[in-house]
Design a protein around this ligand. Sequence first.
Ligand code: PEP
Ligand code: MG
Length: 756
Amino acid sequence: MPGSVGGPRILLRRLREVMAEPESAQKRLDKIVVLIAANMVAEVCSVYLVNGARELELFATEGLKPSAVHATRLRVGEGLVGDIAAHARPLNLADAQSHPGFAYRPETGEEIYKSLMGVPVLRSGKVVGVLVVQNRTKRHYTEEEVEALQTVAMVLAEVVAAADLIGAEPDEPDLTRQRPFHIAGSSFAEGIALGHAVLHEPRVHVTKLIAEDTELELKRLEQAVYALRGSIDDMLETEDLSHAGEHREVLQAYRMFANDRGWLQRMLEAVKTGLTAEAAVERVQNDTRARLQRAADPYIRDRLHDFDDLANRLLRQLTGVTLASLSANLPNDAIIIARNMGPAELLDYDKDRLRGLVLEEGAPNAHVSIVARAFGIATVGRAEDILEHVEPGDAIIVDGDTGEVYLRPSQEIISSYSEKARFRARKQEQYKEIRDEPAVTLDGTKIDLYVNAGLQVDLPHLEESGAEGIGLFRTELQFMIASTLPSLRDQIDLYRAVLDAAGDRPAVFRTLDIGGDKMLPYMNLAASIKEENPALGWRAIRISLDRPALLRHQVRALLTAAAGRSLRIMFPMIAEVAEYKRARALVDKEIARLDKFGKEKPASLEIGTMLEVPSLAWQLDTLLPLVDFVSIGSNDLMQFLFASDRGNPRVATRYDLLSPAVLSFLRHITAKCREHETPLTLCGEMSGKPLEAMALVGLGLRRISMSPAAIGPVKMMVRSLDVARLEAFMEGLYGLPDRSVRAHLARFAEDHGISV
Ligand code: PEP
Ligand code: MG
């Protein structure tokens, strides 16, 4: 049975010797593959690097045909090597050729090698190559061997970078950083900002990778983690945060990560393989990155940035680099540009000088975006290549409404945006003015406008927006930002805070909508089943019914929090009446439990269901007599109706919600609920857009729930609308053969002076 000879520490020492020799980079690589192959008892060791054409080029090999070097090239995503690069994660295959991704390259002579283990070569989180070992036998490489190869790949990344082997660019004067440049990104936080670019500090770069004294490195690492925890505690205690409940919550989640024993343990293990403390931090961060990036659920992927933030802070702690100087030199109209950042890094800046934020990556639901929204900092994310084009001090405009960024804008763009900013300020004033006015149409129809919420951070918005209640409280968010299952006490505390914030206004709690693409890292519910279609998989009420303890626990927390008050509960993803009955029976059991222990019950209890699976729309005559209310989840409902994944940018917006199909379908539901006198709400993203909201009112909805920022614009629409006229107009739309009736509705709005 083959195995590694001498372990990673010996190999690292040998690598250091090779790196110290005065050799060309190519020679070094040639030596390194021989060393690795010998150390890991592999017949083949190959290095593929991403070349200027973004292909994976075979740069060095021990074992494959030498003539294949620089000749064999694979696209990222092509073959097993391409797969490792595309997903930034290791592959460990005893029988590589039977893998569906295997791409045979005759010039390499690799057909005789059965097993393959490969890892990405990562530098500052980016894949710069792939390191592979192969054996003739169907060898099972151990976890330790995979880890060892990952450690070696890190050192290799430095060899590659030091030699500038990859990504070499021709020496042309760089005009791209002088011309105006426009980027269409995504809107993460609304607002318009004109200001000057400040580059967020790039990742601390680790140059010393191999330890001379492992004991010393272990001590350094422990001390740095200790200091990091202290600094987060300090941050939580600063004046600035003590009254900002929402940010506290973000930072507390963040403190949990810093105190995670698994994280420290993994880093200590990495030091023990021969790395310096800094290299160990980076090595573990590379793993975390690869692991979290694989999570299908965007909310979990977003937690990656919290870890990135922490790792960067820890590196600063270890290297003594601070951000203090950065904040001191901030201009008054700073627009921060970063590849990505964590919430604490944003909080490090003086927020009075911050106007905007542009992230090259990022996600709208990441903590940094939540904090930016809470501070009113216009934010654009997924601004591709901004870092390549921006220079510190550049004039820059951030349009957080449309997701656009203008670098070094022309005078015309500046004037038009100055006007837009003034217009926006006037609009905000108008929204404020109607905050306490009712949402009643011109012909006297009252429309109830509710907000969607899910974290403590959202609660103050209920009051600020002037909404009439919380139409959807997504309880899973508390579970998703925690690193362990929230306790009964944690849940009760949050639900009480929600009810306190709501006061006399209704708040509708949706029970856990997890599973499928919203897996909780600590629950490992579906570890053994890989789902082909997570959105259609084991999620939401399906998990709750199969694992009823979780739901009963949550219902217990809800009932306890609502003792003596009104409680509204609804279930996600109900597909058939029987499921609803089973879920409701669980609630009844918990109520019986309260009776048994003589505990106080809610003063009133309403139980309803989400309608987001189309099948339920055809069981309404049976369902409606059993429920107290229904809430349409248009996000999921539409993805199921059109069979188009809401998370896949290629198809998510392919079909128009303002289509005869959708409007007729929703009208059917509305009519049924009216017939049965069952209160109906729509709480998907659709209701937050004025034109869509207008159509919803036109087809019969009288209650819609949306993000808090949408309340002002939607209320404005409602107050300028004549429903009877709209209803009559829409009668002519349901039967049209068109794929979209958006233009018809927009024209109607324009002709009748409706604010959309
Ligand atoms: C929906 O599906 O429309 C909905 C409101 O729920 P979520 O977006 O949380 O799936
Ligand atoms: Mg849903």
